[in-house]
Ligand binder design. Structure first.
Ligand code: NDP
Length: 280
């Protein structure tokens, strides 16, 4: 059911994901239950977490205690960089499922390709087996470049349902987004506000004034009109509510084009081609 008029995006396995969710990166475990509860109260029904964030347990508690039907909430988590080994993928997923306590989760991603570490193709095959066994509803990847995806598409059976990548007005990634689209892989835009870096932008401020909205709302609306799935993070309940109120206005084509022109090809996060970090 659409809450707050939030539309869903249909994934290549027919699952539906709410186009707007709530991100939980850098929310400490002790603050996570309150933050996720605020997001749910604001009408958000899609939560993005990861093994790396250390807050899956608290995300699960907030969802279980919300009284909202499990089937109305979409939950994503991600395989950590230290478990890129087909022998331990099933166990890693089982631990995530247990920590969340919600039954099979809706979407599980390989968090980073780590091209120099293990073989992400073998890791993906292990995830395919978990998907076929019904231990997870949908599988996808994160931070995969086109050459990483090409290897998966050539050597494995299940096409990832999503590719979660850094995208914001300063790093628009249109080439990779188009690659995803050609292969029926939905693009999820992480750090949709560039972790706050776009909020002082004068062009965005001008447009915000024109439509009588905040800069954050204008930026999030731009992502929505491009068709990407987003999940801004905020530990501030008022901002979480503000971020959900983006479905009752439109940016005009000229306004969209002014935002398109802000692209600086500037990445804030690590480069997936060279990022090979594995925690101790
Ligand atoms: P975001 O682009 O969502 O920005 C979050 C920052 O913006 C916080 O500092 C927050 O402040 C601030 N903010 C949020 N809303 C507003 C608002 N309305 N007005 C003013 N400031 C605001 O960055 P994230 O890195 O958190 O990205 C979103 C999600 O993407 C993550 O939480 C995570 O789920 C996912 N992600 C995935 C990655 C991957 O490798 N797959 C990597 C990074 C992120 P405050 O909290 O203080 O309100």
């Amino acid at each position: 059911m659409a809450v707050n008029n939030i539309p869903s995006v249909h994934l290549n396995n027919d699952a539906a994901i709410p186009q707007l969710g709530f991100g939980t990166f850098q929310i400490p475990p002790a603050e996570t239950k309150a933050a996720v509860t605020s997001a749910l109260n604001a009408g958000i029904r899609h939560i993005d977490t990861a093994q790396m964030y250390g807050n899956e347990k608290e995300v699960g508690e907030a969802i279980r205690d919300s009284g909202i039907d499990r089937s109305d909430i979409f939950v994503t988590s991600k395989l950590n960089n230290d478990v890129h080994d087909p022998a331990v993928v099933a166990d890693a997923l089982a631990r995530t499922t247990e920590r969340l306590g919600l039954g099979p989760i809706d979407l599980f991603l390989i968090h980073w390709p780590l091209p120099e570490v293990g073989d992400f193709v073998e890791t993906w095959r292990a995830l395919e087996a978990e998907y076929r066994a019904g231990n997870v509803r949908t599988i996808g990847v994160s931070n995969f470049n086109a050459d990483h995806l090409e290897r998966l598409l050539a050597d494995t059976d299940v096409v990832p349902a999503v590719n979660q990548i850094e995208v914001h007005p300063y790093f628009q990634q249109d080439e990779l987004r188009e690659f995803n689209e050609r292969h029926e892989i939905a693009t999820e835009a992480w750090a949709p506000l560039a972790q706050g870096a776009v909020l002082d932008d004068p062009v965005l401020a001008e447009i915000a004034e024109e439509v009588n909205r905040s800069v954050a709302q204008v930026t999030l609306r731009w992502h929505i009109q491009r068709g990407d799935v987003i999940f801004p993070k905020s530990s501030t309940p008022e901002r979480a509510a503000e971020n959900s109120e983006i479905f009752d206005f439109d940016l005009s084509q000229p306004q969209v084009e002014r935002i398109d022109a802000l692209d600086k090809n500037h990445r804030f996060g690590p480069d997936p081609a060279t990022f090979n970090f594995v925690p101790e």
